[in-house]
Structures are given as structure tokens and as C-alpha cells.
Design a protein around this ligand. Structure first.
Ligand SMILES: [Zn+2]
Ligand SMILES: [Zn+2]
Length: 344
């Protein structure tokens, strides 16, 4: 089978490798769609722990496919089922895992991060992932591409749930990449008035084309948002970009009782970020952050897609064959398009 294996910094090779054989408890998925994510780009550009010339890894943590083969003793699944794979797994036995937060487990592992992932014609799903329910059956209404993009959507849903958005709330999202746009989509679904800001006018207009209800903010963010909100600021603010100044500004732009979600991480060399904590005090703000998604959030957002309340298919800007993997990564690196997807 063809697989895009990372060997080190800027070194991903599309190679012919043997198709894995599922052992007892495991299953084999024939991958149909795998989406490229900012995390893949960062891993390729900066290198990643445990990946080197002698330990190549198939990247790809956003993927879907068809069950090709069941290992001995696997129950609850059938060959031929259309599935999407939740990539994150905890140890299964610590308190965090038992509470349903395996994505935060200290012994966390993930397909495409520490186990071979979806940028290959087949992906072996380990027995712990099978037992934990990471293999999620797709409703007929959910395309393979949507199944793949459900992964970042589930992470966005984690942030969305922390933002406690109610109908009529004014919500500001900063960052008009696919993540920011999905935040807008969930906030709109919840009945909010949504403002989206980005340095790129092109990205803003692309977002507006996908979701015409989004109010885009160009120019000075503080001036424009305060004008739009009669000087009150936003009830919820989500920072979907890796910019320290945006985090500081978000606290300034929050309304009384506002919620600020630091969704995008900040490069380590740009931390800590200065924040006026008096604003948190006097405005009674709730500041939170989220990372990854729990398994139940992954299943919840699959239901949003299958029930038709949310569309993510329109985020796909270009589809590539696995042989052209590096070309797809180049586009993702230059932030050309929203979601670049490898299809099989
Ligand atoms: Zn991702
Ligand atoms: Zn654990």
C-alpha cells in the first residue's frame, strides 16, 4: 500500500509498504479520506517527538474509511462498515480516562501523532482503540470527507461547550482559518450573533461566502467590535490563532460576565502572555482554554453532521491523491484553501 511516512523535518516520503495485518482485537480500515491539519504542518516543519530516520510515522489524525478486516474476537463491528476514527486514546485506567477525558490522559496516544495514522491506503486500529469505541460508524448521510473533518470539528465543539453560548449572545472569533470558521458555524447554530476577524481580507470573504450570517470585521478590531456592540464588547470570545496579542486583547474586548476561550495554542517562545487580570476581576470574566476533544464530543459532532444541522463538507477546498501528499502539505503550509484532503 502507499503511505506518506514522516522521517524527520521536511522529510515525508510516499512509499510502498506492506498492508498491516490485524491481530486479535484489532481491525483494519481502508482509508477513504484524510484531512491535512495545522498540526501535521507543524510536525513536518518542526519535527516531532519519536519520529526519525529509524522510526518513521504515518501522519494523519483526521480520517475515515471502510472496515476491511476484523482481527480475531472483534465484536460490534462488521466488514464493509463506513467509519470515522477518533484519534485520541488514553491509558483507559487513570481517573482522567475513567471520567471520559482520555484525550487529556498523561499517557495519551493518538493515530497520526504517535501511532500510524490516516495518510495511507490502510490504517491498523489497535485493540485498545477498538475496545474504547474510537471506531465510530458513519450514518449514510455523512460523507467520508465530512467524517474526516469531524475530528477538528469535535475539538472546536470542546471550545464551544466551554464558551457557554446562548441565543442572542454576541460572539467574536479571531482567526478565519478552518478552525475559526467551524467556531462561527457552531455559534450560529446556537443562535448567536457572530463576528469574525482576521488579518486576511481574502479569508474573511471566503468565510462569509460559506456562512453569509457571519459579520466580518476588518480594520481595527477594538474600534469596530465596540462600535458593533454599543461599547459593551462580546459575550464570548474565541481566539483561533497563535497570536499572543490577540489573547491579551480578547480579555479587553469581553463584555461584563464574558467568556474568553484560548483555543489556539501560542508558540512556546512567545509565552507567557501578558494579560490585565484586573479586567478579569472587575468584569467577572471566565477565561478558559481547550485542547483536543473527548470521544463523546467526537460522536456528538458526528450527529450534528448526520442530522444536517451543520455542514463541514464545504470546508474542503482541494482533494489530492496520496502520491501528491507533499504538494498538498505545501498548500496547507501557505494557508491556501481551508481543508486540503487526501482521498483514496
Ligand atoms: Zn487536526
Ligand atoms: Zn489515562
Amino acid at each position: 500500500m502507499l503511505a506518506a511516512r514522516m522521517y524527520g523535518i521536511n522529510d515525508v516520503r510516499v512509499e510502498d509498504v506492506p498492508i498491516p495485518k490485524p491481530s486479535a482485537g484489532e481491525l483494519l480500515v481502508k482509508v477513504k479520506s484524510a484531512a491535512i491539519c495545522g498540526t501535521d504542518v507543524r510536525m513536518i516543519k518542526n519535527g516531532a517527538k519519536g519520529i526519525d530516520e529509524n522510526h518513521p510515522l504515518v501522519l494523519g489524525h483526521e480520517f475515515s474509511g471502510i472496515i476491511e478486516e476484523l482481527g480475531e474476537g472483534v465484536t460490534g463491528y462488521k466488514v464493509g462498515q463506513r467509519v470515522a476514527i477518533a484519534p485520541n486514546m488514553g491509558c483507559g485506567i487513570c481517573d482522567t480516562c475513567v471520567a471520559g477525558n482520555g484525550h487529556l490522559c498523561p499517557d495519551y496516544r493518538a493515530f497520526g501523532i504517535s501511532l500510524d495514522g490516516g495518510f495511507a491506503e490502510y490504517c491498523l486500529i489497535t485493540s485498545d482503540a477498538v475496545r474504547s469505541g474510537n471506531v465510530c460508524v458513519l450514518d449514510d448521510a455523512v460523507s467520508f470527507d465530512s467524517g474526516a473533518i469531524n475530528e477538528p470539528l469535535s475539538c472546536v465543539c470542546n471550545g464551544f461547550e466551554h464558551a457557554d453560548i446562548h441565543p442572542g449572545d454576541k460572539v467574536l472569533v479571531v482567526g478565519a482559518g478552518p478552525i475559526g470558521i467551524m467556531h462561527c458555524a457552531l455559534a450560529l447554530m446556537a443562535g448567536a450573533v457572530v463576528y469574525l476577524n482576521d488579518l486576511s481580507a481574502e479569508r474573511l470573504s471566503d468565510a462569509k461566502k460559506l456562512y453569509p450570517k457571519i459579520n466580518t470585521i476588518e480594520g481595527d478590531l477594538k474600534t469596530e467590535l465596540l462600535k458593533e456592540t454599543n461599547g459593551y464588547g462580546a459575550d464570548a470570545i474565541i481566539t483561533a490563532c497563535p497570536v499572543p496579542q490577540v489573547q491579551s486583547l480578547a480579555v479587553e474586548l469581553a463584555a461584563l460576565g464574558g467568556r474568553v476561550i484560548m483555543f489556539g495554542g501560542i508558540p512556546a517562545d512567545k509565552t507567557p502572555v501578558g494579560i490585565n487580570t484586573n479586567l478579569i476581576h472587575y468584569k467577572q470574566l471566565i477565561i478558559s482554554g481547550t485542547t483536543r476533544a473527548s470521544l463523546i464530543q467526537y460522536r456528538k459532532t458526528l450527529n450534528y453532521i448526520s442530522s444536517g444541522v451543520l455542514d463541514v463538507e464545504s470546508l474542503v477546498s482541494k482533494r489530492f491523491k496520496i502520491a501528491d501528499f507533499n504538494e498538498a502539505v505545501e498548500l496547507a503550509t501557505k494557508a491556501v484553501g481551508l481543508k486540503n484532503v487526501i482521498v483514496f
